[in-house]
Design a binder for this molecule. Structure first.
Ligand SMILES: Nc1ncnc2c1ncn2[C@@H]1O[C@H](COP(=O)(O)OP(=O)(O)OP(=O)(O)O)[C@@H](O)[C@H]1O
Length: 272
């Protein structure tokens, strides 16, 4: 479904956010990206919705090399995004927020006026129900929902356009552990039901192990691990996160490796 060929991104200030990334992500795979803060996970995700332009290398999406503007539009139309901070419009209803996932597909004027065909509204209502919200939520403003409910809306919005690929950038970073698991389960179920490919960055190793078909770990812009959850041993985790533990940058991350693993300090200390 997606091929990254020697993908490299160097920002104008010289930061090398991705260096020679070579990956093939097959259709329907649920691939989790792990790695310390600043590893390049978001940059990789953003290269797939056109928000980051690679410095060199290329992306092949559904067999089509993404080189020009038309290719980029082709890819963007097939990719949806789930955000860490939900990115809903607070004053709009749940229904309209979900329908916003069709912007760019529906007529711009109609979308801006909030005029969506009956069938699309019907689909949106079905999706709202399928993500665990009820009728009473449909016309409620997004600002009146809990974080977990907002992310359910975010998932419904991502899937309404029937995307082939869903990018989820730390989708549970601002949720408590129980709700996080529910949201990951929902994302997993929704993608499986549609055979959609998911690329999901996470800081929670336990969730990565539970939900991923495949885990790719990055560090300083490079892929340092690519395998199944069962291959992700504590030793490998120590290599991925170890150096960062002693660095001050870890404070910027979602949590310490200890918290992420839910382990005691001794084992962790050894790994680090
Ligand atoms: N627009 C930008 N200009 C310059 N540097 C950037 C820009 N965007 C990201 N970077 C840098 O690129 C590197 C990779 O950042 P990225 O956000 O991809 O990491 P990440 O693994 O997603 O981190 P986190 O887990 O904290 O979200 C970091 O050093 C970051 O500071």
């Amino acid at each position: 479904m997606i091929q990254f060929e020697a993908l490299t991104k160097q920002f104008a200030d010289g930061t090398l956010a991705m260096h020679n990334i070579n990956l093939e992500i097959p259709k329907g795979q649920f691939c989790v990206l792990l790695g310390p803060s600043g590893a390049g996970k978001s940059t990789l995700l953003r290269s797939l919705n056109g928000l980051v332009e690679p410095t060199s290398g290329r992306i092949i999406f559904a067999g089509r090399p993404i080189t020009g503007r038309q290719d980029l539009l082709f890819m963007r139309r097939r990719v949806a995004m789930v955000h860490q901070s939900f990115n809903l419009v607070p004053r709009l209803t749940v229904l309209t927020n979900v329908l916003c996932g069709l912007l760019g597909r529906a007529s711009l004027i109609k979308s801006l006026l909030g005029v969506f065909p009956r069938e699309q509204k019907h689909n949106a209502c079905r999706l709202i129900e399928s993500v665990g919200l009820s009728e009473e939520h449909v016309y409620r403003k997004a600002s009146g929902l809990s974080g977990g409910q907002q992310q359910r809306v975010g998932i419904a919005r991502a899937f309404i356009g029937d995307p082939e690929v869903v990018l989820a950038d730390e989708p549970v970073a601002s949720l408590d552990p129980r709700i996080s698991r529910d949201i990951m389960q929902l994302l997993r179920n929704a993608s499986q039901a549609r055979n959609a490919t998911v690329l999901c960055s996470l800081h929670q190793v336990d969730l990565a192990r539970e939900f991923a078909d495949r885990i790719v770990a990055m560090k300083t812009g490079r892929v340092v691990f690519d395998g199944s959850p069962s291959d992700l041993t504590d030793e490998v985790l120590g290599e991925i996160y170890g150096d960062e533990q002693s660095g001050s940058r870890q404070a910027e991350g979602a949590s310490t490796i200890k918290g992420m693993l839910g382990l005691g300090s001794n084992r962790l200390g050894e790994a680090a």
